[in-house]
Design a protein around this ligand. Structure first.
Ligand SMILES: [Zn+2]
Length: 459
């Protein structure tokens, strides 16, 4: 990619900067990074003009391959259908995906995510082995296929090779989980391979995933943490389902989040994905730990997981971000809307997504908070439109909002609550215009490859 495509300037009538909304903002990008940002500026020849410019959102939790089953699991097969029966269908899909189909699915998903206002995705990746359960010649083969899909789309990716060792608390993996089998050394080798290959790529970083407390025991967790570099993000599924909580209490004598906070030093590197089922003390302890709660409201609703205690958590100073998880509907505004509406339905109140005692725009608070938490979980440093940050943004036309002449936080309330999809016009990722006028330059080829891969998968 030439530097010329990664250096440009944008003039925005309104832009959301870290200090708040500003008018007539001129943003200069050099070599993929914001080099100058000036409010109250004059438009210059060659500027890319926008009515509204926003920082783009990270998705802090994704399983790209599950995009291949979006909409296919909504038929009731049993009165007791649940997360656990959905998981059987997901395993059947996972057994059929090749490195080639993985790349095609990921590229399609990531184009959709860019169009939905995301420019970074944390990929919680545990599909490590070949269909028959043997290791690929290069253990990083499947992770590299996902990354290749990200490169095809031009999205930033935080790849999290994920340790997955047991089917349940110290139960061996089942045959249908054979592609996930991994040891701490195996995951560490994938991490170092990826790091060596992509270290100089400003869109690709590497962290580590621990599948869950049921799939990773204490010894393996400690060993994995000792083998991973000390500064990389650590993500874990936790307390998603009530049954998982009761199994954990039975096996380990404590609830999952309490156990994790007792046994390891959870800090700002950590992302606790879902953390749906928390007691009051766990809420407070997680909030002050610095760990990010990785909330995935669309998937959590789709799977019947439950509702996260958002208001208690943010009132205790907790950080959260949003993830598209199963990718049944990749949409930044849908995640935030459903997060808020779940709280309203549970509490029979309005405007729940603010800390206790605070007033203001719910759309603004949720967007800002998810931006900060997502950036931390993806190890992007400070979030937002700031000098020195990677040049990511999205632009929106006034006419795409629900009402004319909206200003400031009313724009975010319109986007979150009154638009069916995020009405993105252009998206910049690392200084590269990956979406222009709502289109991706390779979307026809990527869509054709995806449809072909899906036909292969379902034949
Ligand atoms: Zn997940």
């Amino acid at each position: 990619m030439s530097l010329a495509t990664r250096s440009c300037s944008v003039f925005a009538r309104q832009a959301l900067l870290p200090e708040g909304w500003r008018r007539n903002v001129r943003l200069e990008m050099t070599d993929g990074v914001f080099s100058q940002i000036r409010p109250d500026a004059l438009m210059q020849p060659g500027d890319h003009c926008a009515d509204i410019t926003l920082p783009a959102m990270p998705s802090l939790h994704s399983h790209a391959f599950q995009r291949a089953m979006a909409g296919l699991t909504e038929t009731r097969q049993d009165a007791a259908d649940s997360f656990w029966t959905w998981r059987e269908q997901m395993y059947a899909l996972a057994l059929r995906i090749t490195p080639e189909t993985m790349r095609a699915i990921a590229a399609q998903l990531y184009v959709e995510m860019l169009k939905a206002g995301f420019t970074q995705v944390a990929e919680f990746h545990y599909l490590h082995r070949a269909e028959d359960g043997t290791a690929y010649h290069h253990p990083a083969e499947m992770a590299q296929s996902v990354i290749a899909g990200a490169c095809d789309a031009g999205i930033g990716i935080t790849m999290l090779p994920t340790l997955y060792r047991h089917a349940g608390f110290d139960r061996p993996l089942a045959p249908e989980q054979r592609r996930f089998e991994s040891t701490p050394e195996f995951i560490a080798s994938i991490m170092s391979d990826l790091d060596a290959t992509y270290r100089k790529n400003d869109r690709i970083s590497v962290g580590v995933g621990l599948h869950s407390l049921r799939a990773v025991n204490r010894e393996d967790m400690i060993e994995m943490l000792s083998l991973a570099p000390a500064d990389v993000p650590v993500h874990i599924h936790i307390a998603e389902q009530q049954r998982e909580v009761s199994d954990c209490v039975k096996a380990l004598g404590r609830r999952p989040v309490a156990w994790l906070l007792d046994e390891v030093a959870v800090d700002q590197r950590w992302c606790l994905v879902h953390a749906t089922h928390l007691e009051v003390r766990e809420v407070r302890r997680l909030a002050v730990s610095g760990g990010v709660a990785g909330l995935c409201p669309v998937t959590e609703a789709n799977l019947g997981d439950g509702l996260f205690p958002l208001q208690e958590f943010i009132s205790a100073g907790g950080s959260f971000g949003i993830g598209t998880d199963s990718n049944v509907l990749p949409s930044a505004n849908e995640e935030l809307r459903l997060l808020e509406y779940g709280q309203r339905l549970m509490r029979q109140k309005r405007c729940c997504g603010l800390p206790d005692g605070e007033k203001g725009s719910v759309g603004r608070f949720l967007y800002d908070a998810a931006l900060q938490g997502g950036a931390r979980a993806c190890q992007q440093g400070a979030a937002g439109l700031a000098v020195g940050q990677r040049a990511d943004l999205c632009t929106i036309d006034d006419c795409a909002l629900s009402l004319p002449d909206l200003e400031g936080d009313a724009i975010l309330d319109s986007l979150v609550f009154a638009r069916p999809a995020f009405p993105v016009r252009d998206v910049l990722c690392a200084g590269d215009w990956v979406i222009r006028d709502g289109h991706h330059r390779h979307e026809d080829a990527i869509s054709a490859a995806f449809r072909s891969a899906m036909r292969d998968l379902r034949s």
